[in-house]
Design a protein around this ligand. Structure first.
Ligand code: CU
Length: 67
């Protein structure tokens, strides 16, 4: 497993937190995703064999947030 922390813009409330976490967790390669609204960061545990950081960013962008 690898862990990465990404800065995500546009998250303002608990709904945003849930939306970003849910979008990430639906991915096969993602083990866990946790948004910190105070710092606007999401830490993601993922399997690098299943998805790369570019793929993670794409999913966040597709959910409507700036990454
Ligand atoms: Cu929100």
């Amino acid at each position: 497993m690898a862990t990465t922390v990404l800065n995500v813009g546009g998250m303002s409330c608990n709904h945003c937190k849930m939306a970003v976490e849910k979008a990430l967790k639906t991915l096969d390669g993602v083990q866990n995703a946790n948004v910190d609204l105070d710092t606007k960061k999401v830490s993601i545990e993922y399997n690098p064999a299943g998805i790369d950081e570019a793929g993670l960013k794409k999913v966040i962008a597709d959910a409507g947030y700036d990454v």
